[in-house]
Design a binder for this molecule. Structure first.
Ligand SMILES: Cc1cc2nc3c(=O)[nH]c(=O)nc-3n(C[C@H](O)[C@H](O)[C@H](O)COP(=O)(O)O)c2cc1C
Length: 367
């Protein structure tokens, strides 16, 4: 019995398309590890999405689409909004391994509290039950590499699919806010010129300690940066990726500050928590607080998305919300669509369950 369980578990693990025991660089060069077969994509009616037509409003969040090979693979798997992992204006190495661990099953994260999570010895077999923690540090290829590769990625998409490119600015030492704004705009223009359909500016990263990791917490800086990005991208839809808010007033202030500049906010990034190993030490070494994703963050994400949509409707703000956070099962996007999200993207689960979008679309062709 145990041997059969072991073999089954091994088969599940072998389905993972990102090798967590290997470096980001290895995965960039060799991934994705999808072993096929690709599904026969069913025809569904097209939907309106920020001025374009899409097969569905389901996609992959900034995360595992490391380059055009990854984008092509997930487009063939039936994800329709494909987000190219965050890029910078200069090369940046990834943090050392581990970059991605599973954590022990916990109840839903309590917004506002500060639970400590434990690394799991083994993964829950059902992808819908998985909660994990990531710590990459927003690595980037040099711009001359990613700019060519974004163009290649755009060329791989099928009808009714869109490429979102996630960009982040890098603060220059002593350069202050002005240099960060300038660098954000430079990256956004490059991604736009390379053929991105939508630009996503990342205003949050739970494991980056410099200014670019927590812009969303400062409504003044978020507003100024969003305005500069809008000017830099006169005709391309602009999304802004935000972290999770414990406090509804902070969420409202953030939305107020970016409304009029951003077309949508992508809500939420991984929720920041400490993760310890069996030895009681931080799993990611110097990075005690990292982004938690997957099952345990779903209620926090749904609650933020509902609050945001409600606030914007009440104030007649022209900014939409794209939901992300804790979608792990076939029915989960429904919670976000019911809350008023304009689209639903997934961070971790496409690595564990690459056929999920196809199953979702078969069951819910209206998504
Ligand atoms: C491997 C991995 C890398 C990620 N890297 C980024 C990133 O570069 N930029 C970003 O905005 N979010 C990044 N994220 C966060 C996701 O976009 C998403 O916000 C988060 O995973 C929560 O969604 P989930 O619960 O569906 O996984 C990453 C997530 C994963 C799994």
């Amino acid at each position: 019995m145990e041997a059969i369980d072991f073999l089954r578990a091994k088969k599940v693990m072998n389905n993972e398309t990102y090798r967590r025991d290997r470096s980001y660089r290895w995965n960039y060069r060799n991934g994705p590890g999808f072993k096929g077969p690709f599904p026969r994509i069913t025809d569904v009616s097209q939907k309106e999405f920020f001025g374009s037509k899409v097969n569905s409003r389901l996609g992959v969040a900034a995360g595992i689409l490391l380059n055009s090979r990854w984008v092509e693979c997930y487009s063939r798997l039936g994800f329709d909004i494909l987000t190219y992992k965050t890029v910078r204006s200069s090369e940046r190495p990834c943090y050392p391994l581990p970059n991605w661990v599973f954590v022990e099953p916990i109840n839903d994260l309590e917004p506002g509290s500060d639970e400590i999570l434990r690394k799991a010895r083994r993964r829950a077999r059902d992808p819908a039950e998985v909660t994990s923690a990531v710590c990459f540090g927003m690595p980037s290829q040099p711009p001359e590499v990613w700019r060519k590769d974004v163009r290649r990625a755009r060329g791989k998409l099928r009808r009714g699919q869109l490429l979102v490119v996630s960009v982040v600015g890098t603060p220059a030492e002593g350069g202050g806010e002005a240099s960060l704004v300038e660098d954000f705009c430079r990256c956004a223009r490059w991604a736009d010129a390379a053929g991105a359909d939508i630009i996503e500016a990342n205003f949050s990263c739970p494991n980056v300690c410099t200014a670019e990791g927590s812009i969303y917490q400062d409504p003044g800086a978020s507003g100024r940066l969003a305005l500069a990005l809008r000017d830099a991208l006169p005709s391309t839809p602009l999304f802004i990726k935000s972290g999770h808010f414990n406090d509804r007033r902070k969420l409202s202030r953030f939305y107020q500050s970016v409304a009029g500049s951003a077309d949508a906010v992508v809500l939420v990034n991984g929720v920041s928590r400490r993760v310890l190993g069996e030895d009681g030490r931080p799993v990611f070494g110097a990075f005690e607080r990292v982004g938690i994703l997957g099952r345990a963050i779903q209620p926090a994400a749904v609650s933020n998305v509902s609050a945001a949509v409600e606030y914007c409707a009440g104030k007649s703000l022209e900014v939409k919300t794209i939901a992300v956070g804790g979608v792990t099962g076939i029915e989960d996007p429904g919670l976000f669509f019911e809350a008023g999200a304009s689209g639903v993207v997934m961070g971790g689960v496409p690595m564990l369950d690459p056929l999920l979008a196809d199953r979702m679309k078969r069951k819910h062709p209206d998504w």
